[in-house]
Design a protein around this ligand. Structure first.
Ligand SMILES: *Cc1c(COP(=O)(O)O)cnc(C)c1O
Length: 348
């Protein structure tokens, strides 16, 4: 029998899947849309309270399911937990689309989404945003894709799509709708987790990496009908949510709730304040419903390099579809925003 060479071992075409990379470490990281006020205090205390990890964690994260369910007024069986919401997206795609099926997504959107499609053999179909940077719901529906991914509000634009349009996609989609609400806490809108179980064809994905300040622990969840959550758990497998992450997540969602809400409100205030400051410098951000600003500028790479020279990381996009060059800047404590503005002023 002839043996495959090492280069021939992977699945056909798998070498074209990109490996995600971010910039080198910086003093002030305004590039990842995390909570720049830090880890919520009770979550941190829960982590310090015990490192008892000799036993396996709960199979499917029951205490987090119960916490989410109680807050949303739904049954715990309507919740599926994961190793970050990335895990929910990946597992949902694998469970609801076969190799060769399509997943339609707005473009630009969360960069990992088309990658999760391709990892699972599912072909991404990019649907440009409208001229006002909202999701083009008619064009998304017209793809007839097996899965439609919606990001509300959208990353990296920060823009929000009218709620009625989102509901129409869920009502009319031929297959599953994945509604990614990673930034809902900053949007002033409750989102759709309370309704998702009764809407039939949708799973709403949420993360504790952004407003909740737990990016390093990797915690996310999905909310849908029990049929849909059970299907996602099949492709997820057991033990994806580790014991420390589950404990800290429950503390963050309960004991730290008010802290999280207050920090999110502060992020929104500082976001608008820094947007006004940037506008006086000719850098006009898109309207944002998130904790970050998307700032179209042909000199994005130059600005990001100037920020990096002063220890600040911001995300530069050389060319976003329909937008061109752009910066993505996370809103944080005002002292950080002042450092950013000073760095921007070194570019002339
Ligand atoms: C950050 C982000 C995620 C990923 O969250 P994790 O829970 O850290 O995996 C998902 N979707 C969008 C749109 C994001 O910006």
């Amino acid at each position: 029998m002839t043996q495959r060479t090492p280069a021939e071992l992977p699945r056909d075409g798998f070498d074209t899947i990109p490996i995600y990379r971010t910039g080198a470490a910086v003093e002030v990281n305004l590039a990842d849309n995390t909570n720049l006020w830090g880890t919520p205090p009770h979550a941190a205390a829960a982590l310090r309270a015990g490192l008892d990890v000799a036993e396996y964690p709960d199979l499917y994260g029951q205490s987090l399911k119960e916490t989410v369910a109680a807050q949303a007024g739904i049954a715990p069986s309507c919740v599926v937990t994961g190793n970050g919401s990335d895990d929910i997206l990946d597992c949902a795609i694998r469970a609801f689309a076969a190799q060769g099926d399509t997943i339609a997504h707005p473009d630009p959107t969360f960069v990992m989404l088309p990658v999760f499609g391709r990892i699972n053999g599912v072909t991404p179909v990019a649907v440009p945003l409208t001229a006002s940077h909202t999701m083009d719901v008619d064009a998304l529906l017209a793809t007839g894709a097996r899965i439609i991914y919606l990001c509300q509000p959208n990353n990296p634009t920060g823009t929000s799509t009218p709620a009625a349009d989102i509901r129409r996609v869920i009502a009319e989609a031929p297959g599953l709708v994945i509604l990614d609400e990673a930034y809902v806490e900053f949007s002033g809108d409750p989102g759709l987790i309370a309704e998702a179980p009764s809407l039939g064809r949708v799973v709403v994905a949420r993360t504790l990496s952004k407003a909740y300040g737990l990016a390093g622990l990797r915690v996310g969840y999905g909310v849908a009908s029990p049929e849909i959550t059970a299907t996602i758990e099949r492709s997820r497998g057991p033990y994806k949510l580790n014991a420390l992450a589950e404990r800290a997540a429950v503390a963050a969602m309960t004991l730290d709730h008010d802290w999280v809400v207050a920090r999110a409100a502060e992020a929104v205030v500082n976001r608008d304040r820094v947007a006004a400051e940037l506008a006086t410098r000719g850098l006009v951000a898109l309207p944002s419903a998130t904790n970050f600003l998307c700032v179209p500028t042909a000199r994005a790479v130059e600005y990001a390099e100037a920020a990096r020279a002063r220890g600040i990381g911001i995300r530069a996009f050389a060319s976003l579809p329909g937008i061109g060059g752009a910066l993505r800047i996370t809103a944080g404590p005002w002292a950080m925003m002042e450092r950013l503005l000073a760095a921007m002023d070194t570019v002339r």
